[in-house]
Unconditional design. Structure first.
Length: 369
């Protein structure tokens, strides 16, 4: 009887052990399969995407009003002449502008392109064209450490302005006319890797047509005061913000996000140093920045608050929308998301540091539901 009870107990223990082992193995296999499927998805999604990094600089400068050919128009302060036009007169011959950012796109065996964004404050509304065949446009200049020109966009090349965002009235000029703030973006031509590697800095310019025939163009010239450093940024993670990728929900499959090197086969410049982490936050219904809950233990398990100070640059994770919503106040729909590089815990390549200057972020809108 005692032996029988002992055998029964042993059998139960073995059975529990087998259930636990195979249950854990099944869970582990499921998680592994989910991660593999997600990694494969991003591999296909990003296979033709360039490696992207943004340099947020917010460097202020001056621009000038020009005629249809971009020639400077001289305006005396307080001058008012509306005999030939009903558009407002500027209080002086220059307007304020800020180089917000330059995003660098790199494609292996092809070269570099640059997406340039300016913030302009002006009495006149920028236009994509002059109403005819002339396009608002920008150019790129590369310089070496001595300031000598390495490359400049040929004048025959037209890099048209892609977007103009009107942020509304932000003040008035000396004549009392309203001044609006505009974000203007253009994308450059392709520049070879060999040429870019000869440069130490990138400069940009802009010629943008307006809605006023008297002051037909807004012009921003190349300037050493408005430039970003060149190929040295490859080894300095905190001088840039590497792209974070995302994908919306697909049926019952939740939305997901991925680090800048989620697809290891993706091409990066030679000697590229990745950040230790990438921080990602969303703005909730109370206008607070919060971290996502991520399914790091598989979709069958609750999400985990984004571990550490962020994700690894090689990570791919599903977002736990319900936990992010119930705990951190996520409001499903179009959600403001921001990210930056974090190279803390390292004494090399500029670390310990977060994205400079001033820990700025790239902000995007993701649709999360």
């Amino acid at each position: 009887m005692r032996i029988s009870r002992l055998l029964t107990a042993v059998t139960i223990v073995i059975a529990i052990g087998l259930i636990t082992f195979y249950g854990c193995k099944k869970t582990s296999t499921t998680e592994s399969k989910q991660q593999s499927e997600l990694a494969e998805f991003y591999k296909q999604k990003l296979k033709n995407e360039p490696a992207s990094a943004t340099f947020i600089v917010n460097l202020p400068g001056k621009g000038y009003y020009g005629d249809i050919n971009g020639n400077r128009i001289t305006v005396s302060p307080g001058q008012i002449d509306r005999t030939t036009s009903t558009c407002p007169n500027p209080g002086e011959s220059e307007f304020s502008q800020v180089l917000v950012s330059i995003t660098r796109e790199f494609t292996c065996n092809v070269g570099y392109r640059f997406v340039v964004q300016y913030k302009i404050t002006s009495e006149f509304a920028p236009q994509l064209t002059n109403g005819g065949s002339l396009f608002s446009r920008g150019r790129i200049k590369l310089v070496n450490s001595s300031g000598g020109q390495v490359y400049i966009t040929p004048t025959s090349t037209v890099n048209p302005v892609l977007t103009i965002q009107d942020n509304g009235v932000v003040g008035t000029n000396s004549n009392g006319d309203p001044m609006n703030e505009y974000l203007i973006t253009y994308r450059s031509e392709i520049i070879s890797e060999a040429t870019y590697n000869l440069s130490s800095a990138v400069q940009s310019n802009l010629t943008c047509y307006t809605d006023c025939p008297n002051y037909a163009t807004l012009n921003i010239g190349f300037s050493s005061q408005q430039q970003v450093i060149g190929s040295q940024q490859n080894t300095l993670p905190c001088t840039r913000i590497d792209k974070v990728y995302w994908n919306p929900r697909n049926g019952t499959t939740p939305p997901s996000l991925a680090g800048c090197n989620a697809v290891p086969s993706q091409c990066f410049p030679f000697g590229y140093v990745f950040p230790n982490k990438q921080e990602i936050e969303f703005k909730n219904g109370s206008n607070q920045w919060k971290k996502f809950y991520l399914h790091i233990n598989g979709l069958g398990q609750p999400g985990t608050d984004q571990y550490g100070v962020g994700i690894n640059y090689w990570d791919v994770w599903y977002i736990d929308v319900s936990l992010s919503q119930s705990i951190n106040g996520l409001v499903p729909g179009n959600v403001q998301v921001r990210f930056r590089n974090n190279h803390m815990g390292s004494n090399s390549n500029g670390g310990p540091c977060v994205t400079q200057p001033n820990g700025l972020y790239v902000t995007e809108t993701w649709y999360i539901n």
